[in-house]
Design a protein around this ligand. Structure first.
Ligand code: SAM
Length: 262
């Protein structure tokens, strides 16, 4: 058992939660203030933005979230800053317990876009990838079936803490569900840990991104994902596009990918 899982099992959740919020406060709090006092292109009020941030903290208390508040606030800010003339739905690839799904469903409601959620709801697919330390020094491994959380639990979390009326679930492995999806996409959030899963997402979603839209990878802290996104050969030979402009690659968990064909 790792120290982290020992802490999760033996330390009361409210202590664990408070520790996480205090530890990340230097990044979370300035990001939250910048968001609350920033006028978004989708018309939202200060009170709506303040309420949203409050809901994010409530959701993180009730649902096990592997992301931090500043990551989701950053994504939210980019989504709400899209011009309303830019059409297209939102995509989330990788839901886990549905914490990020519940948060993004509230964002979807604020900007009036549908949120399409793709996950196997059975965890990671069979894979032979070698993993290891992230750029932050933590060890990570993603064998088949890890991160498995059933659709019912995710749906219940969205019903309880988000807005289910803006959400459509696509259950199954990406290489099966994504080829059937053809709607124009404004923003896609990819949080899938594996190289093969990231490749699947990019292969099927990238061509659907509308002009002015973009993709976020929340796996930019994994050296194997950095290597993939830096690889000219992957972009040229497998994606058949010029390598796009990417912000945060190699330095952040958070990589913004802007398709170059627009
Ligand atoms: C890190 S978790 C997502 C975390 C979530 N976005 C959050 O912040 O709470 C990764 C998810 O990706 C899913 N996943 C990874 N590869 C997949 C694939 N090829 N097909 C379907 N689901 C996949 C796993 O089932 C898991 O739920």
């Amino acid at each position: 058992m790792t120290f982290r899982s020992w802490v999760k099992r033996h330390v009361p959740w409210w202590i664990h939660y408070s520790y996480r919020k205090i530890y990340y406060a230097p990044k979370d709090v300035p990001m939250a203030f910048r968001f609350i006092f920033h006028n978004t292109k989708s018309s939202t009020t200060v009170w709506e933005r303040l309420w949203l941030i409050w809901q994010f903290y409530v959701i993180s208390y009730h649902v096990d979230c592997p992301h931090t508040e500043h990551e989701l606030i950053n994504i939210t800010r980019h989504i709400l800053d899209l011009d309303s003339a830019i059409h297209g739905v939102l995509i989330e690839a990788g839901a886990f317990h549905g914490g990020s799904t519940a948060k993004l469903s509230l964002v979807a409601k604020l900007c009036g876009r549908e949120l399409n959620v793709f996950d196997s709801f059975e965890g990671m697919p069979e894979n032979v990838e070698e993993h290891g330390k992230s750029i932050y020094g933590r060890e990570h491994h993603f064998p088949k079936g890890s991160h498995a959380v059933g659709l019912e639990e995710v749906r219940n979390n969205v019903v309880r803490y988000g807005d289910i009326s803006y959400v459509r679930f696509h259950k199954g492995f990406f290489d099966v569900t994504m080829p059937k999806f053809k709607s124009p996409v404004a923003v896609a959030c990819i949080n899938v840990d594996l190289v093969q899963s990231t490749k699947d997402c990019l292969r099927f979603i990238y061509p659907l991104i509308v002009s002015g839209g973009f993709i976020f990878s929340q796996d930019g802290h994994f050296p194997w994902i950095i290597k993939l996104l830096r690889d000219e050969r992957f972009w040229n030979d497998e994606m058949h596009v010029r390598k796009p402009v990417m912000h945060g690659l190699g330095t952040s968990k958070f990589v913004k990918i802007m398709p170059s064909n627009h």
